[in-house]
Ligand binder design. Sequence first.
Ligand code: ARG
Length: 275
Amino acid sequence: MNHTERLPRNRTYLMCPPEHFTVEYAINPWMDTSVPVDPALALKQWSILRDTLGDLGHTVHVLDAVPGLPDMVYAANGAFSVDGTVYGARFRYPERAAEADAHAAFYGAGGWRYAGPAHINEGEGDFAYLPGAYGGLVLAGYGFRTDPAAHAEAQEVLGRPVLSLRLVDPAFYHLDTALAALDDRTIAYYPGAFSAASQRVLAQLFPDAVIADRADAEAFGLNLVSDGRHVILNTEAIAMGERVRAAGYLPVHIDLSELKRGGGSVKCAVAELRP
Ligand code: ARG
């Protein structure tokens, strides 16, 4: 199938501008507090990402940035929603804890069913949703941030099967650095980020997945956002763009060099809202 046959679905996203973005603490291997970020460039790159999603016909809501929460630009970590129900985040590190409250207030004001979590989980950083696979399957990562107990909690809150996958490489500390949904039933992933058993599970459930290599993952090529046809990914991830093109999608590259300094890229900056 080529990209003219693949049908995009209109999406609703939530983003938060990098107005207070800095790298002042290091909670993942990509963060280097000795290299200053360029705030103007970060905001410019973020704006291009927001405008690109809008130009593709998607709705983008913007959450106000809060001073003192430099990682809030990674809006994907604030919650995980499926069919109008929101499973709230509870961050691993205290530096990010208050971000969950800002997201909870957003969903509260929007009339969503919001479930506050008992267990540590970092929202869409560690949860991906495939509405067309196995009756609506949630893929869930653990090993660095999200507590496996949160996977069972998410299943109870959302009423969807949740499949636990163990991440083993600290460079790929969130599921969304190693695996992405390309459409309602297709994924792309870097096998080396997962335990041998989790690799076997993925190979069994997703025999037609797009397989990425370590260089793709290091270029944040799996940290992508797809509407089912257009795949938005980092400019560095040219090879990954060619892989998704070969699978029939249309790559759209965006330069997010500044957000990479915090250990994130396209997907980290974009939460999908599923009403
Ligand atoms: N500095 C942030 C952290 O380490 C980056 C989060 C990236 N977000 C993501 N969805 N992978 O928590």
